[in-house]
Design a protein around this ligand. Structure first.
Ligand code: CAA
Length: 407
């Protein structure tokens, strides 16, 4: 039985990305690590990983994605009454990423800002809270800005290394959304206390029980999808489904697992995968795992490839955050989404990226800890609110406050 209430139409009105300036070709990483490239390309379904330089971090990526969102969507920072930043690679134990963005974007003072951490689920926690904030009436006509921003790091040479990535996705959430109307109040949820992926306070790099984490993801998918089927009841079939994509093969495993619950064989699931899932994997395969933004990178990919063809159709969305919490929900692509996606030029930020050698990547990683401690240049000016320049990280001032500038 459907529990649908008469909520206003709420969802994602616009989307924008930011990526670091460099990426590594995984064929070159495989060669450097003495691994068959086919393991990364076919076995994991990955092609490239974006890597952050010392002047790029989750704040610069998040601010740059949000600035682009305002530039391309026609929305203004003055429209925003809630700003949530989902990240699991925060730059400060206390000061929230959302406060940095509040200043760098010039958001109104009457604006609720906070950071959401729940491994890769933090962005979805932000999005669904933003939707509920609007549905409750608290928004009073204002929009929400949800930014998912992370730099994924595993130890050099570890099994997780080829699944790294870095980047941010900014979402504008409001009533009468042009891109994806979310089915409000009809999410399927699953949570369980597991130790599949973690990062102790003194670690820059994540630790993971890799194969166990895959099983936890699949268990969580079964729990959330089962709950969603109960809550959402019968409805149009899902034309496409976007999954959390730590690496492309995980989406294939997820699709098989989900369709098995609907009684489909592995062969049938693989046949539908090419149509229903593959269009969402282009950007994740070119950028890597961006943790909180991974599901929304998959959605951006799908919209980029097929928005016009999917107008009016229903898509499924699955978010998984280690630890763990997962949510399955659905949305409908807007009737004029195709034209808007063309104007948003979603993947344009990738055009300016350049290939880094494995040696350059390793050197950048060695500088990681130092970047968090380096002093900002003497007399460096902090960047104020701006929408048309790129934010960079300079270092710490004499009171160990992070200094950001507009380039
Ligand atoms: N050619 C083609 N395929 C090959 C191959 C070759 N030469 N060699 C191996 N493969 C295949 C394997 O058969 C395997 O395929 P299946 O998964 O279909 O069985 C695949 O490549 C991977 O091989 P392994 O299982 O041997 O790989 P691994 O143990 O070295 O590492 C991993 C895999 C555990 C996922 C590792 O990449 C990892 O730890 N990643 C980080 C954790 C992660 O992403 N977990 C996902 C779920 S948790 C989550 O989603 C949250 C999050 O974002 C982190």
């Amino acid at each position: 039985m459907s529990l649908r209430h008469d909520f206003p139409r709420i969802g994602i009105d616009a989307i924008a990305l930011a990526v670091p300036r460099r990426f590594v070709e995984l064929t070159e990483l495989a060669e450097a690590r003495g691994i068959a490239p086919s393991k990364y390309l076919t076995g994991l379904g990955t092609r490239r990983m974006a890597i952050a330089a010392p002047d790029e971090d989750p704040i610069t990526l998040g601010a740059n994605a949000a600035r682009r969102l305002f530039q391309r969507s026609g929305a203004s920072p003055a429209d925003i009454g809630l700003c949530v930043v989902g990240t699991e690679t925060a730059v400060d134990h206390a000061k929230p990423a959302a406060s940095f963005l509040h200043g760098l974007l010039g958001l109104p003072s009457a604006c609720r800002v906070f950071e959401a951490k729940h491994a890769c689920f933090g962005g979805t926690a932000g999005l669904l809270n933003a939707v509920d904030w609007i549905a409750s009436g608290s928004a009073r006509g204002r929009a929400a800005l949800v930014v998912c921003s992370d730099v994924a790091r595993y130890a050099l040479g570890s099994a997780g290394e080829p699944t790294q990535g870095a980047g941010a996705v900014a979402l504008l959430v409001r009533e009468r959304p042009r891109l994806v109307e979310i089915e409000v109040g009809q999410t399927g949820t699953y949570a369980r206390d597991v130790y599949d992926f973690w990062r102790p306070l003194h670690h820059k790099e994540a630790l993971v029980d890799g194969h166990y984490s895959v099983q936890c993801y699949l268990d969580a998918l079964a729990g959330a999808y089962g709950d969603w089927r109960r809550v959402a009841g019968d409805g149009d079939p899902l034309a496409r489904t976007c999954y959390h994509v730590p690496y492309g093969k995980m989406a294939r495993k997820a699709h098989r697992h989900r369709l098995a619950m609907d009684g489909l064989t592995e062969q049938a699931a693989d046949e539908s995968f090419a149509v229903e899932v593959e269009p969402s994997l282009d950007l994740p395969s070119r950028i890597g795992n961006i943790y909180t933004g991974s599901l929304y990178l998959a959605l951006a990919s799908l919209l980029n490839a097929e928005a016009r063809a999917l107008e009016g159709q229903r898509v499924g969305l699955f978010s998984y955050g280690s630890g763990c919490c997962a949510e399955f929900f659905a949305g409908r692509i807007g009737p004029e989404a195709g034209a808007l996606v063309a104007a948003l030029e979603i993947d344009a930020p990738l055009d300016g990226c350049r290939r880094a050698s494995v040696a350059e990547y390793e050197a950048l990683r060695q500088g990681d800890e130092a970047a968090d401690r380096r002093p900002a240049p003497e007399g460096a000016e902090r960047g104020g609110a701006s929408l048309d320049s790129r934010v960079v990280y300079l270092g710490l001032d004499s009171s160990e406050r992070r200094v950001y500038a507009n380039e």
